[in-house]
Design a protein around this ligand. Structure first.
Ligand SMILES: Cc1ncc(COP(=O)(O)O)c(C=O)c1O
Length: 412
């Protein structure tokens, strides 16, 4: 199946060569460089087909069976399929698949459970909290009184004792667990216990690990959290978007928090693509994929450590690794630039000890491409070679291109 059917049909190329060039340029970039951004993946051609389908034309404010627009009988079925598949995949009493993004899902969770001014306990931004976990630049920091817990400066692990003591002293209305940079499993049972002790709601922002949860390679927050927010891209390998999972007792509050409180019309093409991705994630092939993502990340983390990177928490349980490249001669920001010039695309991030920036990378995309442990060891060596000046950027770029050429994300 073609990745971009409209391009194959030459429609876009004839009508808008400028945009066709841009789309093909991005396809070429993804097919010639290593995609190590921890939050990215390659969706299947089936997901792309749903995204590029006529469902993109449909307005559908409301929920199946109760829309504000006519002609929703087909898209209603798509949304019901997506909801049923999400509920089955994660063992949830209720799923809302309309959230436009991970941030929209978090906004809706707060809208469902909180009032402006409420106190919320979440991982502090310097330690891997997301912008929606209380950044002053975000609605969350403006509208709620966020209190941040941290990570242990030595181990890089969540400081669970601090979570408990802050919960006891600050009595938050909600506790948020979830991170953009935590490479280890989160102890949801602990967070539930603390939330119960202080009478708080527990919100799990599982944007990163939710795909591993689907594949049985990470603990499921659904039995513990009042509301789980997630993205459908990242390891889950669906379209860019968000979702919320909760018990049936909160279903109505969550749905009303998404529409009409924080969003308008649902994006039905994206919801159909989410359904496709949930279907894919329920297969044994996806279970194998999720476990391979973790196996690859462990080998990559061990390879980086052996090359001299300081790997946060000493390794990973997930798809995600953060590491300090300073012993190799560059801080995270400089290293990201050098590695990008050498055909390896990743992010920089804050590090637990806070005195320099680190690197954040992940194995979701390269594993979708079919790479395994051998390739991960090679990537660690190539990264180190570039940063230590043993391999010049041009040679590294050629090596990265050759490697990706053997594992094209969209062959043909
Ligand atoms: C923990 C967490 N929450 C929320 C989000 C926001 O997702 P989005 O970029 O889709 O708004 C992210 C995105 O990376 C995330 O990692």
């Amino acid at each position: 199946m073609s990745v971009i059917p409209v391009l194959e049909a030459d429609v876009l190329r004839r009508q808008d060569p400028e945009l066709a060039e841009i789309l093909l340029g991005e396809l070429a970039r993804q097919s010639t460089t290593l995609q190590l951004v921890a939050a990215e993946n390659f969706t299947s051609p089936a997901v792309l087909a749903a995204l590029g389908s006529p469902l993109a034309n449909k307005y559908a404010e409301g929920y199946p069976g109760a829309r504000h627009h006519g002609g929703c009988e087909i898209v209603d079925v798509a949304e019901r399929v997506a909801v049923d598949r999400a509920k089955a995949l994660f063992g949830a009493g209720h799923a809302n698949v309309q959230a436009h993004s991970g941030s929209s899902a978090v906004l809706a969770a707060y809208a469902a459970l909180l009032r402006p001014g409420d106190t919320v306990l979440a991982l502090g931004l310097p330690y891997g909290g997301h912008l929606t976990h209380g950044s002053p630049a975000n609605f969350s920091g403006r509208w709620f009184d966020f209190v941040g817990y941290g990570v242990d400066a030595e181990t890089g692990l969540i400081d669970y004792a601090q979570v408990r003591s802050l919960a006891r002293t600050r009595r938050p209305k909600a506790i948020v667990c979830g991170s953009i940079a935590c490479p280890r499993h989160i102890d949801y049972a602990f967070f539930r216990e603390v939330a119960d002790e202080v009478g708080a709601y527990l919100i799990a922002d599982a944007a990163h690990p939710i795909g591993l949860v689907a594949g049985g390679a990470a603990p499921n927050p659904v039995p513990y959290a009042d509301v789980v927010c997630a993205t459908t891209h990242k390891v889950l390998r669906g379209p860019r978007g968000g979702m919320l999972l909760c018990g049936s007792e909160l279903a109505e509050r969550v749905d009303r928090a998404v529409f009409p409180f924080t969003q308008g019309g649902a994006q039905m093409h994206t919801i159909a693509a989410k359904a496709v991705a949930f279907g894919e994630a329920a297969t044994p092939a996806f279970t194998a994929y999720a476990h391979q993502v973790v196996a690859n990340a462990r080998v990559l983390a061990a390879g980086l450590a052996a090359e001299g990177f300081v790997v946060t928490t000493g390794g990973t349980d997930t798809h995600l690794i953060t590491a300090d490249p300073l012993p190799l001669g560059a801080d995270g920001r400089a290293a990201r630039g050098q590695l990008a010039a050498a055909g390896m695309v990743l992010d920089c991030c804050a590090l637990p000890h806070g005195d320099s920036r680190g690197l954040r990378l992940g194995t979701a995309a390269v594993t979708t491409q079919g790479m395994g442990e051998g390739e991960m060891a090679g990537i660690a060596a190539l990264m180190a070679g570039v940063l230590r000046g043993r391999v010049d950027a041009r040679r590294a770029r050629d090596e990265a291109r050759d490697l990706v050429g053997g594992f094209l994300p969209y062959p043909g």
